[in-house]
Unconditional design. Structure first.
Length: 135
């Protein structure tokens, strides 16, 4: 791995550790209530909103899987969105919101699956010999 990339990863790790050290008192205090199957009206709205935002990335993923190509896909947006959805999961734990937790877990999986599929197809396309048109 090139030194510049190692420095970048260490900087991100360092900043993450500093952030987490400041969050010692910010933990879920009533975690068992997350498992109680009692929905409030606000949670029903949260489930509906989460459904729409979670599955918004699925059409791009399905299109990429159908054409078996990374063409037209930029993995940065999915990776960034997936990384911030991890924070949404943590936030959902803090406010004890099942819809926030559940939908963001699914969304993280969809976004990271999109990134993984992109790199899989990009690696395959790079390994294939290029055909010359007109010869």
């Amino acid at each position: 791995m090139e030194p510049r990339r190692v420095i970048y990863y260490l900087a991100v790790l360092f900043l993450s550790m500093i952030t987490l050290c400041g969050c010692q008192d910010v933990i879920p205090h009533d975690a068992p209530s997350l498992l109680v199957p009692k929905f409030q009206r606000s949670e029903v709205i949260g489930v509906l909103a989460g459904f729409g935002t979670t599955f918004a990335a699925v059409p791009d993923l399905v299109a990429m899987l159908k054409r078996r190509s990374s063409a037209g896909m930029n993995p940065r947006m999915s990776a960034i969105t997936g990384a911030f959805q991890v924070l949404w999961i943590y936030y959902g734990l803090l406010i004890l919101s099942r819809p926030v937790i559940a939908w963001n877990v699914v969304a993280v999986l969809i976004n990271f699956l999109s990134v993984g599929a992109y790199f899989h197809f990009a690696r395959k396309e790079k390994a294939e010999p290029k055909s010359v048109v007109g010869s």
